[in-house]
Design a protein around this ligand. Sequence first.
Ligand code: CA
Ligand code: CA
Length: 267
Amino acid sequence: MNIKEELRKNKVYIIVLIVILVLYIVVAFLSIKGNHDGNADSYLIVGDSLIYQKVNGDFEQLGDVPDLSNFNFTVYNGDNKVEDVKIQYNSNKWYFFDDDYNEYEFDDFRIAYTDNLDIKPSANRIQGYDDSDDVYIKKVVQTDNNEALQSYRNSLKKLDIDYDGDGKEETLYTITNFSYEVTDYDMIAYLFIVDNGKVEVVESKEGLSSFTMIDSLDMMSDGKYEVIVANEIIDVPTFDSCYRIYGLKDSKFKLLQDCDVHNTQNG
Ligand SMILES: [Ca+2]
Ligand SMILES: [Ca+2]
């Protein structure tokens, strides 16, 4: 074997090495990018009856609970953030465990998400009715029917949120007069904002329909809080309820994502 032949062989060897190295870097980069984009299995659980899978940057609502036994979750129990939690769903409730399968006692479960996501729940929590809300309810529903007013009060959820991004908080309300009892008035649900005493109805829906505010989170990790609202024919949300995502867009509080339920099992 002459020196020329030897050099040629070495050259081929080096080129093959470089090609393998470049391929390795490309594959590693794509897999890291995939994780950042949420293309790996990414799940967000909000309360006891809502689960999203993040697919290509979008939050897709799942109509049932997939097998989550292999995932580590970050859990918010109230304001308390707990990492590396295993979760199980059983009898309409989530159960939480550490690595040794000791159960956590979480009494204020808000959200859980897989390690590859970065979600922040809002510091403000959703609250129920108090007397000061009456003036706004009456402005919106314009009724003196006491039975109807009481239904609105019972259903009321409200959240202080800076919806227009001006640094001052407004209050977002959901109310409905939906009732299981036979009633002599038309069913209607409202989503409205009170801004410095001024009432603005974002949406109203007639018929067997209710709006129920579920929680407020920064899902898109852009520093602004989104609000999840269940829009359902009954007032008890379930996994296959219609969950809508509202938030600030073009300086307006509006619907960002309508409900679109995907089933993981049975097609
Ligand atoms: Ca504001
Ligand atoms: Ca956001």
